[in-house]
Ligand binder design. Structure first.
Ligand SMILES: *[C@@H]1O[C@H](CO)[C@@H](O)[C@H](O)[C@H]1NC(C)=O
Ligand SMILES: *[C@@H]1O[C@H](CO)[C@@H](O)[C@H](O)[C@H]1NC(C)=O
Ligand SMILES: *[C@@H]1O[C@H](CO)[C@@H](O)[C@H](O)[C@H]1NC(C)=O
Ligand SMILES: *[C@@H]1O[C@H](CO)[C@@H](O)[C@H](O)[C@H]1NC(C)=O
Length: 251
């Protein structure tokens, strides 16, 4: 019990110097810029260090492409709209893959959102992609294609609406799409499914929204307090975060 207390005290003593070492007002005033994407709070990444945004909203720039990782799946950020807190994202494993066959790096994880941080956009529908299905002479779903998958010689694969079980197939990936496919017949033209995957889907971030308004109107810059796990406000000339900038608020 006392050793736990000691560790806790060490953590508490360790962190403040690294927090004050940085001018957070200046650091968090800078924007993330990459390709066509610009972002500020609640995002991290690029020249926005830890403490400037939510730890689960980390953008990465590679070439001119922006990616974000959500629940162990990497997504390409196609657009970012701060006005309505919306990201249009598409799975990187299908951006680099071949149509409906993901790239070699794919772990065939289904898309799941961290619901503490994101909500699904208003308009989407799930599709399922099944891989490594044995050929039985029976066509399981109209959206049929071939795809080589590690660990099996079965190259049959299928795409269909909604969340279906993998059944006799080796792997299943479910992913939301914006509703550009309308009926089951659209799955007959498998290139349409690949297009839909690359067009992505919308997610809305729901952290650091209202809390930030007060700070901004007091000429502060929003950041994230890692210890308290809340939005905080960095003011010019102040070494640590506060709820808002007191000397300027109330005008
Ligand atoms: C960026 O995206 C384009 C289009 O998907 C792709 O051709 C290019 O290789 C990507 N660049 C990097 C560095 O990933
Ligand atoms: C992400 O992957 C790591 C290592 O592969 C694993 O330990 C962790 O539980 C995964 N997280 C989620 C949310 O699936
Ligand atoms: C889509 O799939 C996700 C994850 O399986 C699920 O949480 C969500 O409710 C599904 N949405 C619809 C509209 O079916
Ligand atoms: C973190 O929370 C504690 C207790 O609620 C409070 O005393 C402290 O001022 C907070 N720190 C910051 C930087 O907001």
């Amino acid at each position: 019990m006392s050793s736990q207390l000691l560790i806790l005290m060490m953590i508490l003593i360790e962190i403040p110097p690294s927090l004050t070492a940085l001018d957070y007002y200046a650091a968090c005033s800078s924007q993330f810029r990459c390709g066509t994407i610009t972002a500020d709070f609640p995002f991290l990444g690029g020249n926005r260090p830890e403490g400037c945004g939510h730890p689960k909203l980390v953008l990465k720039c590679s070439g001119n492409n922006v990616t974000i990782e959500i629940m162990n799946v990497t997504y390409r950020v196609l657009s970012l709209n701060s006005g309505d807190q919306t990201l249009r994202i598409a799975r990187e494993d299908y951006m680099n893959g071949d149509g409906t066959c993901p790239s070699e790096e794919s772990n065939f994880e289904s898309t799941t959102l961290d619901l503490e941080v994101f909500d699904y956009g208003p308009d989407y529908r799930n599709i399922s992609l099944l891989y490594g299905c044995p050929f039985t002479g029976v066509v399981l779903y109209p959206g049929r294609f071939t795809c080589a998958v590690d660990g099996t010689l079965n190259r049959d694969a299928y795409a269909t609406w909604d969340v279906v079980e993998k059944g006799i197939c080796l792997a299943r990936v479910t992913v939301p799409i914006i509703p550009i496919l309308t009926g089951l017949l659209d799955f007959l033209i498998i290139s349409k499914v690949g297009d839909a995957l690359r067009r992505g889907f919308d997610v809305k971030w729901k952290v650091g929204i209202e809390e930030c308004d007060e700070c901004k109107s007091a000429d502060g810059v929003c950041g994230y307090d890692l210890l308290n796990q809340t939005t905080t406000c960095y003011c010019q000339g102040q070494s640590s975060g506060s709820k808002s900038c007191p000397h300027l608020s109330g005008t």
